[in-house]
Design a protein. Structure first.
Length: 336
């Protein structure tokens, strides 16, 4: 199966690609730029945010092209060179950070329940942002060495299942605190964001699999006998169990345990109505997690601005240079 292991975006809207069979090819994206979701790629800055995800190329808003299409519709090139320093500098962008302060006189206007809701909500949003970043950063690593491939699979799935668990936790928090039920007082923009979240979880398949992952393999590891048979059935599909042990720095990789867990989740996905092979199911899960995180983040921006009757004081801003999502890689194996 063809997989993309490295990508370099070019100024002419082409992609230099390296595949897992060693072939290096150039794919022209221009014929796609006038169609549907791909029109956003006309912005060269956005186009350059392309990254590797699940063996193909993907942009932040989930536009992607299958590896088979990339291979068949591309032309061979003789070399795949990236001036790492120049490329890294070219991918840096300016980010403005604004500092806001809530003085004690304003804090005192909030009741105990409002303070709790604010603290809990912002902590969950912090976790959501961090987990999504880590999931994407691990996916940017393209090493083809066997231990690194196993490490990438296990680490990616950890961040994926934990991100899904956090999304479900935020949905539970909104539901229990009846936050979306108060939408009559929301602005038009906030109400639209709330409706998108409700529509997302109105899909019974999504709600079921998110709850299953959170309860069985996410935060709580809620042990119930009904998962025993599922683990046993999944385990029978493997003739041997694989682990990698490390002499330092916590690099142990429990590849088969991760594979069994994934198989249990994929089996549950099929039970509740998802379809596809293992790679297709994993891709659906990844897309749902990224989309769910986006919905909650967008809702949170409006909610925090509207829901609390206080006046924030602006105390300045700073502009810094930061790398784009697609350029950050999370190391898979480290040492002291």
């Amino acid at each position: 199966m063809k997989k993309v292991v490295a990508v370099k975006p070019n100024e002419d809207f082409s992609l230099d690609l390296k595949f897992n069979d060693g072939n290096m090819r150039r794919f022209d994206v221009k014929p796609y730029l006038d169609y549907g979701v791909f029109t956003e790629l006309k912005n060269i800055h956005y186009f350059k945010q392309v990254r590797i995800a699940f063996g193909t190329v993907q942009w932040p808003h989930e536009q992607d092209i299958s590896p088979e299409t990339l291979y068949l519709e591309s032309v061979p090139i003789d070399e795949f060179n990236i001036d790492e320093l120049a490329y890294e500098q070219a991918c840096m962008k300016k980010v403005k950070l604004i500092k806001l302060i809530l003085p004690k006189s304003e804090i005192d206007k909030l009741g105990p329940q409002e303070k709790k809701r604010y603290i809990m909500f912002t902590c969950m949003l912090r976790d959501l942002n961090l987990l999504q970043k880590c999931l994407i950063f691990v996916g940017n690593e393209s090493s083809s060495e066997k231990p690194s491939v196993s490490a990438k699979t296990t680490i990616s799935f950890f961040f994926l299942k934990t991100l899904i668990s956090k999304i479900h936790e935020m949905w539970t928090f909104l539901s229990k605190n009846k936050i979306l039920q108060g939408s009559a007082g929301f602005s038009k923009e906030l109400k639209e964001k709330g409706d998108e979240i409700e529509n997302f979880f109105s899909d019974k398949k999504v709600k079921n699999i998110f709850a299953f992952i959170r309860d069985k393999f996410g935060f709580h590891y809620e042990y119930q006998d009904d998962v025993d048979e599922m683990i046993e059935d999944a385990s029978k599909q493997f003739s041997e169990f694989e682990i990698w042990l490390s002499d330092d720095s916590a690099n142990e990789i429990f590849a088969s345990s991760n594979a069994v867990m994934m198989e249990v989740i994929f089996s549950q996905m099929k039970r509740v109505g998802f379809t596809g092979d293992m790679e297709g199911l994993l891709r659906q899960l990844y897309d749902l997690a990224i989309n769910g995180a986006r919905l909650f983040r967008e809702f949170s921006v409006f909610y925090l601005a509207e829901a609390f009757p206080v006046n924030w004081e602006r105390q300045g801003e700073v502009v810094i240079e930061a790398p784009q999502y697609s350029q950050v890689k999370l190391p898979l194996i480290v040492t002291k």
